[in-house]
Design a protein around this ligand. Structure first.
Ligand code: HEM
Length: 354
C-alpha cells in the first residue's frame, strides 16, 4: 500500500493551483485573510491545491474527503511541522510541543499530556478550581451589570476566548438560537445557576452551538502547518517532500457537499441527532485537528467552553451596546494564530434572578 503511494523520486505532478510570480509566488493573492481567499481559490483549483508562499511549496487541503485521506491514511508521513521564522527566532521549534519535530522528546511530552496533564483523572481532580474561576468571572460580569457597563469580549491569540467571543457574537446575532439555548439551560439546571461539569452531558443544544461555532468561524483556520517527510501521492498528485501542508478547516466548514442546508447560516439545529463530534474522526469538523498531532487539550478545552458559555447564558441576559441591532454586528475576521473578531464584541449583561 505504502510502496505504491509514497515515492522518493522527483518525477511528480503537483496539485493544480494559481500561477505563482517569481520570488513571492502567490503571496500577493492571499491578502489579510488567507483562509478566506484560499477557500475561493480552492473552488477554482480543487480540494488539493498548490500555492507558492514565497519559495515554500504549500499544499492546501479544502474538503473533508481530502482531509480524511491526508490525516488518516498518510498522517505518519505528514506529521512534522514547518517552522515559521517568528517561531524559530524564539526557539519554539526546540522547546514547544506544537512546533517540535516528531522525536522521542515529542513522544515523551505527548505521553505526559495524555497520561498526566489532560488525563481524565487530573481534569476531574481540578474541577473545584474551574468552578471557582468561572464564579470569579461571573462576579466580575455581575459588577459590570450593576453599572450597566458593557462586557468587552477580547480574544487575543487564545483559542478558548476567541471561540467564546464568536459563540456570543453568533448568539447575539441570532436571538432565536439564544432563546433556545437559555431555555435548555433553565429547564436542565435551573435559571441563574452556574453550569457544573456533571451538567454537560445533559446540554445537547449548547453542545450543538459549540460545534456550529467551530464550523463557521473556526478558531484555528489552517490548523498548525505540517510538513511532508517524503513524497506522498494522492489521487495522481504528489505532495512533495519538504512541502508545507495546510488544512483549511474554514473552507471545510463551508463545503456545500457536506453542509447541504444553508451552508453559511449559523444553525446549531443541524447537529441535533447527528453523531458528528470534534475528536478527529469526523473530518467535516476537525477544529482540534486529527491524527498524531491532534490537540492534546481537546477534552479540557471543551469542558471549559461548556462551563463558561453555559454560565454566561444562564446567569445573564445579554444585549448589544447602544441598542444596536443584531444585524449590525460587525463579523469581520482578523487572521492570526487564532481567528479573532476584528472588532471586539461589546455586550451588556443583565443579571437574571434565580
Ligand atoms: C478551543 C480551544 C482550542 C482549539 C480549537 C485548539 C486547536 C488546536 C489545533 C487545530 C492544533 C493542531 C492540530 C494538528 O496539527 O492537527 C492544536 C495543537 C495543540 N494544542 Fe490546541 N486548541 C485549543 C486549546 C488548547 C489548550 C487550552 C491547550 C493547552 C492548555 C492546547 C494545547 C495544544 C498543544 C500543545 C498542541 C500541539 C500538539 C502537537 O503538535 O503535537 N490547545 N490545537
Amino acid at each position: 500500500f505504502h510502496d505504491r503511494n509514497v515515492r522518493s523520486k522527483a518525477s511528480y505532478k503537483l496539485p493544480p493551483g494559481p500561477s505563482p510570480l517569481p520570488i513571492i509566488g502567490n503571496l500577493h493573492q492571499l491578502g489579510k485573510n488567507p483562509h478566506h481567499f484560499s477557500a475561493i481559490l480552492a473552488k477554482i483549483h480543487g480540494p488539493i491545491m498548490t500555492l507558492k508562499l514565497g519559495q515554500l511549496t504549500t499544499i492546501v487541503i479544502s474538503s473533508a474527503e481530502m482531509a480524511k485521506i491526508v490525516l488518516q491514511n498518510y498522517d505518519q508521513f505528514l506529521s512534522n511541522r514547518t517552522v515559521p521564522e517568528a517561531v524559530r527566532v524564539h526557539n519554539h521549534h526546540v522547546h514547544s510541543i506544537a512546533f517540535m519535530p516528531i522525536t522521542p522528546l515529542w513522544r515523551f511530552l505527548r505521553k505526559i499530556c495524555n497520561n498526566q496533564l489532560f488525563a481524565n483523572k487530573t481534569i476531574g481532580a481540578t474541577q473545584d478550581l474551574r468552578r471557582k474561576k468561572v464564579q470569579e468571572l461571573l462576579g466580575k460580569i455581575h459588577q459590570s451589570s450593576q453599572i450597566g457597563e458593557a462586557t468587552l469580549f477580547v480574544a487575543g491569540t487564545d483559542t478558548i476566548t476567541s471561540t467564546l467571543e464568536w459563540a456570543m457574537t453568533e448568539l447575539l446575532s441570532n436571538p432565536n438560537t439564544m432563546k433556545r439555548a437559555k431555555r435548555e439551560l433553565e429547564e436542565t439546571i435551573g435559571k441563574g445557576n452556574q453550569v457544573e461539569e456533571s451538567d454537560i452531558a445533559r446540554l445537547p443544544y449548547l453542545e450543538a452551538i459549540l460545534k456550529e461555532t467551530f464550523r463557521l468561524p473556526p478558531s484555528v483556520p489552517f490548523l498548525i502547518p505540517r510538513k511532508a517527510d517524503t513524497d506522498v501521492e494522492i489521487n495522481g498528485y504528489t505532495i512533495p517532500k519538504g512541502s508545507q501542508l495546510l488544512i483549511n478547516v474554514y473552507a471545510i466548514g463551508r463545503d456545500s457537499n457536506v453542509w447541504k442546508n444553508d451552508t453559511n447560516l449559523f444553525s446549531p439545529e443541524r447537529f441535533l441527532g447527528l453523531e458528528t463530534h470534534v475528536k478527529g474522526r469526523h473530518f467535516e469538523l476537525i477544529p482540534f485537528g486529527a491524527g498524531r498531532r491532534i490537540c492534546p487539550a481537546l477534552s479540557y478545552a471543551m469542558k471549559i467552553l461548556f462551563l463558561m458559555l453555559g454560565s454566561l447564558l444562564n446567569c445573564f441576559d445579554w444585549k448589544l451596546e447602544n441598542d444596536s441591532k443584531a444585524e449590525d454586528i460587525d463579523k469581520k475576521q482578523e487572521f492570526g494564530i487564532s481567528l479573532r473578531k476584528a472588532k471586539p464584541l461589546r455586550a451588556i449583561p443583565i443579571k437574571v434572578n434565580n
